[in-house]
Design a protein around this ligand. Structure first.
Ligand code: ATP
Length: 501
């Protein structure tokens, strides 16, 4: 019999989070009864609440707190020329390579980057950086044979077969395509959008004119995006169907650097306000920029598998709107009647754009990883016991409060249900009467409910209840009339949003 391999801590932490997410109704593999579909996931009853809260918070922070930012909800399907103009038809691809023995497919660039990281981890920073530079030069020159040679030279082997029996490196376009139209001959190839940004760019003038928007202004959107990722690993970190929250901020040429700095700071603050610790967030400034970009940075979060991108902030010049002007032959200009230093109107120009783009699913994984807590304690008999709970910021917790009658008789359920009825219009609250009260507390801890409210015999006499706080397990006796303000104080989006001003 083979000995089980010892798991590394990072793997086991991720595994614990994945199992927890599945067991407690946050994330399920898609169409699981058919053994799932690679890198596609469904959100369960608590997952959808958490994700909706994250999206609502982003939406409010971006639109409600900024009078010069409005939202749109563009269609997933767009005219095929959109993707010619954006460069996705010709350039949105990853270099892939197959191992002939294991038949496994890899991203060639990732194999080399992993090797570089290995050198760096072993203390050989120079060798790691040198390898990264060589890779960057080869990719820039689209020298795929060179990339393959580098894999061979570095003696990189397939982790499954252990061999270096590699195919050629080929470019693989990440867009999913389908046919629009009932008759095959007349059908046009259209794409499932690989990013939400283009739905904003093509609506730039619609929004600017109908909303009488004055530069600088932004357009925000939340929506699905689809990428046929070559290697999809790490749970919901890299999915083939995912959700983006993007905002394009249109600015006067020459002011883009200042807005880039502004959004860089503002977006990082937002993640911190949500409860992600500053020490687990870092910048990754892009040294190699896309030819049209003049600055780009990622906000990275320290997942159980290391620091990885959750959001990108990009200064994209006027590239996107210029390209749409070229392909659509419709002017994408703005008339700026503000006066320059010579007292003349700035006049017509194609605005520059600073983009902020965060994945809702990656953010979900970041807050879930951060919330997952194991507290070592002791049980009633003094034996060691681990309490697992999800320490979400109360504003994003799926359920805000659970209301329990101590027992299922003597009018306690009725009293508890009356409290539920009173609070349910303001908060997502639930009623729970099954099992012993300790088990009920545990179940709420596992889904991250910040408050549990217990109704007992004393409640019938004086209208007081015990309220238990998730993070400390502290219990307090309070009057029923105080519940609304206690809960609302903690769970209000205001708690997060006020940290942004
Ligand atoms: P990566 O380098 O990890 O592939 P990217 O640089 O291609 O990401 P962008 O195109 O900048 O990502 O997309 C913006 C955001 O969308 C990312 O920061 C990420 O949060 C999210 N995102 C991108 N691809 C995926 C995916 N396959 N699954 C989940 N989220 C994604």
């Amino acid at each position: 019999m083979q000995k089980p391999q010892a798991q590394s801590t990072t793997e086991s932490t991720l595994q614990k989070i994945i199992s927890h997410a599945k067991e407690y109704g946050f994330v399920f593999p898609s169409s699981e009864i058919y053994d799932g579909l690679a890198a596609v996931y469904d959100y369960g009853q608590y997952g959808v609440e958490l994700k909706n809260n994250l999206k609502a918070l982003w939406w409010k922070a971006m639109t409600q707190l900024n009078e010069n930012i409005v939202g749109v909800d563009a269609a997933i399907f767009m005219h095929p020329l959109t993707w010619k103009a954006s460069g996705h038809v010709d350039g949105f691809s990853d270099p892939m390579i197959d191992n002939k023995d294991s038949k496994k497919r890899y991203r060639a660039d990732v194999l080399i980057e992993d090797k570089a990281a290995e050198y760096e981890k072993a203390g050989d920073e120079t060798r790691g950086q040198d390898l990264r530079n060589r890779l960057a030069r080869l990719l820039e020159a689209n020298n795929l044979e060179g990339v393959r040679n580098l894999i061979l030279e570095e003696k990189i082997v397939c982790p499954v077969s252990g061999t270096a029996n590699w195919t050629d490196v080929r470019q693989f376009n990440l867009m999913f395509s389908t046919q629009m139209g009932a008759v095959a001959e007349d059908a046009d190839t259209i794409y499932l959008r690989p990013e939400t940004a283009q739905g904003i760019f093509v609506n730039f003038l619609n929004v600017q004119k109908t909303g009488r928007m004055k530069i600088p202004f932004g357009i925000a959107q939340i929506g699905k995006a689809f990428r046929n990722e070559v290697v999809a690993r790490q749970f919901i970190f890299r999915m083939r169907e995912f959700e983006q929250m993007e905002m394009q901020f249109f600015v006067r040429p020459g002011t883009q650097q200042q807005w880039y700095e502004y959004w860089k700071e503002t977006r990082r603050k937002w993640h911190e306000a949500l409860g992600l610790p500053a020490a687990k967030l870092k910048w990754h400034v892009h040294e190699k920029l896309a030819f049209y970009a003049d600055a780009a940075v990622d906000i990275e979060y320290e997942f159980p598998f290391g620091f990885k991108e959750i959001e990108g902030i990009h200064s994209r010049t006027n590239h996107d709107l210029s390209k749409h002007q070229e392909y659509s032959k419709k002017k994408q200009q703005y008339f700026d009647n503000d006066l320059d230093e010579n007292g003349k109107p700035y006049g017509n120009y194609i605005p520059y754009v600073v983009e902020t783009s965060v994945g809702a699913d990656r953010l979900f994984l970041a807050v879930l990883s951060n919330a997952y807590t194991e507290d070592e304690g002791v049980d009633a008999d003094g034996n060691p016991k681990t309490r697992i709970f999800l320490k979400f910021h109360p504003s994003i917790a799926p359920i805000k409060a659970a209301i329990f009658p101590l027992v299922k008789r003597d009018g306690l359920p009725e009293k508890a249900k009356a409290i539920l009825e009173d609070l349910r219009y303001d908060f997502n609250v639930i009623y729970e009467e099954r099992d012993a009260i300790g088990r009920r507390y545990t179940r709420q801890d596992l889904i991250g409910t910040p408050f549990c409210i217990a109704v007992d015999y004393q409640t019938l006499e004086d209208d007081t209840v015990t309220i238990r706080y998730r993070d400390t397990t502290e219990q307090k006796r309070v009057h029923i009339s105080e519940l609304r303000s206690i809960i609302s104080e903690e769970v209000s989006f205001k708690r997060v949003l006020e940290k942004l001003s």
